[in-house]
Design a protein around this ligand. Sequence first.
Ligand code: CAA
Length: 258
Amino acid sequence: MSYETILFERRGAVALITLNRPKALNALCALLFDELNEVVDEVEADDELAVIVITGNDKAFAAGADIQEMKDQTYQGMLSDNGLTKNCDRISLCRKPVIAAVAGYALGGGCELAMMCDFIIAADNARFGQPEITIGTVPGIGGSQRLTGLVGKAKAMDMCLTGRMMDAEEAERTGLVSRVEPLASYLEVALDAAQQIAGYSMPVVAILKQLVNSSLESSLQLGLINERQQFKATFALDDQKEGMVAFSEKRKPMFTHR
Ligand code: CAA
């Protein structure tokens, strides 16, 4: 399958998706979201693929929603066809783990897309921000909500109200990104992390992803009950037996994803 705005590569069990509109700093146009969604559907349906890595290029992960495409949109138009926001949440609904490997600008929709992923590995030149206020609008695909959850109210207010950018060091310190790596190696580090996850039991990975996500949306008591149930449920898996027997026999487990 070939696409106009993204590149799709298989690296073993890892699907590497590269945002590919370099002339527009990977601005997120409607076609890009359509193509991204198509690829995510394909990856989810493919048992050979376990983890997704989404990246951009050295200068930009994505500098936001495509302002050229949006600028003449009307309120009525946004209400009737949902504008750019109609199909931009697919990544956050993906059952398989998704890692964002971010170098350069991740602004507006770019920062929002990165935050829809399960975690972000950043290059040391990464810059994050929600600069919508500087162009007379507000974040539209999760920025004010997910950023606040990740970095807290003070930082989120500062970022959203001033429109300033956070560098990679500040992003790691405040919990927006999980690791900062040199520009020369950040993508390899993200791909290695993806390969490592792909080597585990896929049903266990799926349960774990859901548990961590649900912690953001449920009370601690409900979350703990859910975790306890899921912990017990893993004992119905062949992979739990294999993992623990392999440990006892001092060998590497051979997971069958059952
Ligand atoms: N949409 C469309 N085109 C964009 C773009 C965007 N978000 N960001 C950059 N580009 C284009 C520029 O127009 C320029 O195109 P031309 O060469 O044809 O003129 C090209 O990419 C290179 O950009 P610059 O010349 O501006 O590069 P720079 O290095 O001087 O500046 C930048 C880089 C600071 C990131 C600057 O491009 C910028 O501020 N971009 C806009 C950032 C922004 O406001 N993002 C939020 C968008 S709104 C949004 O995302 C809403 C939402 O929540 C869904």
